[in-house]
Design a protein around this ligand. Structure first.
Ligand SMILES: C[S@@+](CC[C@H](N)C(=O)[O-])C[C@H]1O[C@@H](n2cnc3c(N)ncnc32)[C@H](O)[C@@H]1O
Length: 402
């Protein structure tokens, strides 16, 4: 049924290139899977419990304009980007872009600031972002403001003092900071204009939750979604892919009135990652099947590293239990197998076995290479030997059997 999913040449020239976000799914992969499943059965709702930048939800919308789209993410930036992609912009966008340009000519930089602003932004860049920020705040249409913020988020990152080689916040050296040419306002405006044509569809049948999915799922009734599709974190939030840390600079700048923002998210640069799946230690795993599945891995890992694995799987099995409870037909997951203490943890086969145990039969499995520039192939050193980072991702599809 589902053919080759390598899509090696896929470039985000479509709507998925709207804003930068870490570890996004590859849209055409999600598209062919959804196409196949939507044609075999009546699917009226699609749920992505970790929607990130909204890749899967957008592809579902493209294939089935009336489908109910449900998503959850703990990160306000992910929420913003996904909302923009799904709800679109208004027909007055051209007028609002003209107004935005007018505002940019008249506003003066104000005294807006946040902790460590001077560490992460050069003074002239701070001044440019302040002007853009104020110009966006003056736009009346919320939909269009959100569009402008999502575009700005990429340039905040690009013109900050942090390195582009990693998702973490890691200061560039002084020379590299001084070398940056400040064309932020022009780049922002060009991107605003270029991306408008990518908005060809939109939906009002959307329910996006900015919440911890473990909390949100307890509010869902049994079998409320037909198809769940996602790529969960793989247990490396704190190390290789800190989604929250990556987003924090943009989140500081964006007007909080335009974010779903509870207040704790920017307490420090790690707040979001700490509250994310497996982000903090909550004790041992009290799940018999789960414990059996991870035991063979734990036995080979040093005691000091075991905690990391337990931390992640404690949350992960709770998540899988809840996902199985709320999903009526299909579960589609894109997964990676990370290495801890030299041992490759096969998240894919653990998940597969667990879903089978929960009466979701595996009907498909495939894999593809991950072409990733920001996660070096050799990530860490263990006993002075370099450890390979993930270079493959796996797609598994399961169908409820009762
Ligand atoms: C692999 S990314 C998803 C990327 C997405 N598929 C895309 O294409 O952009 C995982 C997402 O899970 C979110 N996340 C992590 N822990 C979470 C939690 N406990 N509740 C909700 N979202 C969480 C992160 O913020 C991140 O956006």
């Amino acid at each position: 049924m589902i053919g080759d999913i390598s899509f090696r040449d896929y470039k985000k020239n479509d709507i998925h290139g709207l804003a930068l976000y870490p570890a996004t799914m590859v849209a055409p992969v999600q598209n062919i899977i959804l196409q196949e499943l939507l044609k075999t059965e009546q699917i009226s709702s699609v749920f992505d419990p970790f929607h990130g930048s909204g890749t899967a939800l957008y592809e579902a919308l493209e294939l089935s304009p009336d489908i109910k789209l449900i998503g959850c993410d703990i990160n306000p930036l992910a929420h913003l980007i996904t909302l923009v992609k799904l709800q679109g912009i208004t027909k007055n966008i051209t007028k609002d872009i003209l107004e935005l340009k007018g505002n940019l000519n008249t506003v003066e930089a104000d005294d807006f600031s946040f902790p460590n602003m001077n560490k992460w932004f050069r003074p002239d860049i701070t001044e440019s972002i302040k002007k853009v920020r104020q110009s966006i705040i003056l736009i009346k249409s919320k939909k269009n403001r959100l569009y402008f913020w999502s575009i700005l988020s990429t340039f905040i990152r690009k013109y900050s003092n942090t390195r582009s080689s990693t998702y973490k916040l890691h200061s560039k050296d002084t020379e590299a900071i001084e070398r940056m040419k400040n064309t932020l306002i022009n780049d922002f405006l060009s991107s605003v204009e270029d991306n408008v044509s990518k908005f060809t569809i939109s939906s009002s049948n959307i329910k996006l939750y900015k919440n911890d999915v473990l909390n949100q799922l307890t509010k869902f009734k049994e079998k409320t979604v037909d198809l769940s599709i996602s790529s969960p974190p793989y247990g490396d939030n704190a190390t290789t892919v800190p989604y929250g840390q990556f987003s924090s600079l943009a989140l500081h700048w964006i007007d909080k009135k335009d974010l779903v923002f509870d207040g704790w998210e920017l307490d420090n640069y790690s707040s979001i990652d700490r509250r994310s799946l497996g982000g903090n230690y909550k004790g041992l795993i009290d799940n018999e099947k789960g414990n059996l599945l991870i035991k063979p891995y734990l036995e080979k890992i040093s005691t000091s590293k075991q905690k990391k694995v337990i931390c992640f799987f404690k949350d992960y099995f709770i998540f899988l239990d809840e996902l199985c409870r709320v999903t009526n037909k299909y579960i589609v997951l894109t997964l990676g197998n990370r290495t801890v203490d030299g041992i490759n943890i096969n998240l894919t086969s653990i998940t597969q076995e667990y879903l089978e145990y929960k009466n979701f039969k595996n009907i498909h499995k495939s894999n593809r290479d991950i072409p990733n520039k920001r996660i070096p192939r050799l990530t860490s050193k263990v006993n002075n030997k370099s450890v390979l980072s993930m270079n493959k991702e796996y797609v598994i599809i399961h169908r409820r059997i009762n």
